[in-house]
Every structure is written in C-alpha cells, then in structure tokens.
Write a protein that binds this ligand. Structure first.
Ligand SMILES: Cc1ncc(COP(=O)(O)O)c(C=O)c1O
Length: 458
C-alpha cells in the first residue's frame, strides 16, 4: 500500500528527499574513518554487517567509546545517543555504579560451570516487578527468551490439547530471530492478504518448514482476535503479543485489546505471552503493570542485563516448572552463558537504580520529547508516537494503530531525516525512533528538538 498521499503530502516528503544526496554527501565527508572501517568490515561480514538492526546508509557510524549519553565516533564527533543500544542501556553508557560492580567481579572470574548468588539476586529483582510471575529462566538474548516462551507454551498446551501447537502473533510485530516467529514482521502489503485476514509472510529466506506453525492477525483488533479464536482455539498454543508494538511505531494498543486477549486465553486455556523485551522499560512493572493485565509468560531482555547480553522468560510456576529436573516430560533449557555473573551483576545494579522515581524521571522526559516533537510536526504529515521513555516520528499522514497504518510510512524520508539529525550530532534509528535513559537531560532533548526543527525547516 502506498502512502495516503494527497499531492501536498507527497510534495512535503519530496522536499527533504530532493536534498538526499546533499545530506548523504555531508555525512560521507564528515565520517571518512567510519567509511574506511565499513570497507574493512565488508571483507569479513556479509554486506559489512553482523547485525541487521544497525544497517544505515551510506554506512554506519563506528563508535570509539561512550560515556553517559554521549558516544564518540571514529572521526571524533561527540554524538548524543537517543537509542542506547536499542533501548537496552537504561542508565546510559558506562554508568559508574555498573562499572564499579564489574571491576570488583571481573578479577574473580566471569563465568563458572556453577550457579552464583548473583543470578538469584537478579531473578528476585525482576520477579518483584512482575506481579503475576513466580518463576524465571535466564537466557542470552530476547530472541532466545521468545523461543523458550514458545517452547514452554507448546509443552504446557500439549498436556491438554495435543494438536494445539500453532503460535498466534500479530502483523508487524518483531519478536527476534527465532524462525517460528519470523513471519509478517514487515511484509509487503501487496503480499499480505486483507487487513482482517492477513497471510503470514516469511520475513527471511530459509524459513521453509516453519510455515503453518504461526498464524498472523491484525494488531489492536479485538473483534478479529475473538472471531479467530472462537473458531480455532483448539489449534493455538500461545498468543504472543508485544504489548507496545515497536516496529509498528512504538504504539500502545487499546487496553481493551490486551484485556480481550487475556479473557480469550483464559476461556480457551491458551498461554498468553507478553513480549516485553523492549516495553519493560515503559514503567516500573512494564506495560503489563501499566495496563493492569497479567500474562502467563513474559519474555524479557535488554534493560535487565544492564548493558550485557541477556534474555529471560518469567511467568506462572505451573508452566515454567515444566523445566524442573524431576519432571519426566520436562522442557529442556540450557545455555553456556545463561545468567553469568557479569550479566547478573550489571542487571541487578541497573534494575535497582530503576526505582519508581527513576521511571518518573525518564517518562516525564518522554512526555516532554513527544510534546516538543508533536509541536514541531503540527500541521505536517508526521505522527509522533511512543510511551514512557520511548518516542518516534513516523512519516505518514495517517494515525498509526496497526501495521497497515505503519506501512504507509515514507521510509526514505525517515531515513534522511535521521541522517540529517546524525549530521547535527544526534543518534536516532533510521526510522526515527528514540529513547531516553537516566542520563538524558532536558538540555539534550532541547538540543534534539531544535535540530529537528532545523531539519524540517531546511
Ligand atoms: C519485542 C522484542 N522481542 C524480541 C527481541 C529480540 O531480542 P534480542 O535482539 O536480544 O534477541 C527484540 C529486539 O529488539 C524485541 O524488540
């Protein structure tokens, strides 16, 4: 589907896009060392990258070091970070409390073939923030967390409904790189069927054999979810939902959508999984606390590792206890670096600093950022979305509630606006998503807002 394009919105986007080569030329000129580093990376990594999310044309900015809210690139620019390694660094870069705790631990060893009390302490802190969750298992990424949540859900459902192994996810939601959920993350609308009966579209090559393991429905559409589950509940093991959809535009669904998902899962004995890998930073108790809805399982990652590789699945004891060693039909779950002392310590120190007052601080700044951006974008074909400490500008004239709305976005406009902001020293994603961490100040945001206005006015 193309953008809902009145001639004036097209003209609006074209104005910035007509300056594309000038914006890119300025970036190239100011980042020769990043350009050279990228050429070197291209000798060893396919296309120069070993991680898709950081792809940015004409080349990514290579970072030399970082502290607080500021990253320094190879060319010596000080860049104000508004994405903090994909929202994961809630305290900013190299927070002194985290650094000190790790400096005390590293000489004592970084990983043992044995548990430590560090992982128990992190588990207690995280479970203390998830009122419905009684058990937790750690992993090394959000992708692994989702994969384990799916495995637990299928195992649990198999007890009552052996055929129920299909996962129900929502169009436009990204849940990491596990094959079974890598469907309809960013499909071409022309390939994706109708709005209320979307066709699952493979997000990657190499997924053959996993089709049919997932069903895709529109995000934020209670009636369609109800209709589907009324007819097909016997086939579904889990409803997997991102309670704030990142790739759709950091959009919170209506509370009634999550409530309906909860009610339907209760009615049919389906496992409700909230993927809060990102959205756990939206509040002290995540989006589930904010909306007052308890999922059966929650997948976590990002902030709970304090800057280190992490994932976790938390939830009901009767589901997660399926991995207890004494079970015959147990869910196996291993991982060489699961809950290693470095991740556990950094995660615990970080989570302890994220007090209710700290959330108030970053969420107030989030409100401030969204207000300022919306003011700058007033009357323009731009949407400002987000919640808590997360914000995004989307280049569409249409309010964004689901993937089909998000698919009307002018991605080239967003990427160029983001690159123009990078030229001014501000790091957002190429889709203009941003986040605030405890080290972000009003001064940082005022500078960003002023640069945004300059880019819009140019
Ligand atoms: C909602 C959600 N789930 C899962 C993942 C995967 O996490 P990871 O990149 O740690 O594998 C992400 C990553 O951005 C995510 O946003």
């Amino acid at each position: 589907m193309s953008a809902v394009a009145t001639p004036s919105t097209t003209e609006y986007y074209d104005a910035l896009k007509s300056r594309g080569s000038e914006i890119e030329a300025r970036y190239r000129k100011s980042t020769p060392r990043s350009q050279a580093a990228f050429a070197r990376a291209a000798q060893v990594f396919p296309g120069g990258y070993t991680r898709d999310a950081i792809i940015r044309g004409p080349h990514p900015t290579f970072v030399q070091d970082a502290s607080g809210a500021i990253m320094r690139d190879l060319d010596g620019h000080a860049l104000t970070d508004f994405w903090f390694n994909a929202t994961s660094l809630a305290l900013g870069h190299a927070h002194p409390a985290v650094v000190a705790a790790l400096q005390a631990q590293i000489p004592k060893g970084t990983a043992y073939f044995a548990p430590t009390l560090n992982e128990v302490a992190l588990a207690e802190v995280v479970l203390g923030r998830l009122p419905g969750a009684e058990r937790i298992r750690f992993a090394n990424s959000g992708s692994e967390a989702v994969m384990m949540a799916v495995r637990f859900a299928r195992a649990f459902r198999a007890i009552t409904r052996r055929a129920a192994s299909t996962i129900l996810k929502f169009e436009g939601s990204y849940h990491g790189s596990y094959d079974d959920v890598s469907w309809s993350v960013s499909p071409k609308v022309a390939d994706a069927g109708t709005l209320d009966a979307p066709r699952p579209v493979a997000e990657s090559a190499g997924l053959a054999g996993t089709e049919g393991r997932v069903v895709v429905l529109p995000f934020n559409d209670s009636a369609t979810l109800r209709r589907y589950l009324d007819a097909h509940h016997d086939e579904i093991a889990a409803v997997l939902v991102e309670p704030m959809a990142n790739r759709i535009g950091l959009v919170l669904p209506d509370a009634s959508f999550l409530a309906e998902a909860r009610a339907l899962c209760d009615r049919f004995g389906i496992v409700l999984v909230f993927d809060e890998v990102i959205s756990f930073r939206v509040g002290y108790n995540g989006v589930q606390g904010r909306m007052g809805i308890r999922p059966d399982l929650t997948s976590l990652g990002k902030i709970i590792g304090g800057g280190f590789a992490v994932g976790a699945v938390a939830g009901r004891a009767d589901i997660l206890d399926m991995s207890s060693p004494e079970r015959n039909d147990r869910v196996t779950h291993a991982g060489t670096f699961n809950a290693n002392p470095i991740t556990s310590i950094a995660g615990r120190v970080t989570m302890e600093m994220l007090t209710p007052e700290a959330f108030e601080q970053i969420n107030d700044l989030g409100d401030y950022a969204r207000r300022g951006l919306a003011e700058a974008a007033r009357g323009l074909p731009l949407q400002v979305t987000g919640a808590g400490s997360l914000f995004k500008v989307t280049a569409t004239s249409r309010a964004v509630r689901n993937y089909r709305d998000a698919a009307t976005t002018d991605k080239r406009w967003e990427a160029l606006c983001s690159l123009a902001l990078l030229n001014e020293g501000f790091v957002l994603t190429p889709t203009l998503s941003g986040c605030i961490s405890l080290v972000t100040t009003r001064t940082h945001l005022d500078a960003l807002l002023s640069a945004f206005k300059t880019v819009l006015a140019a």
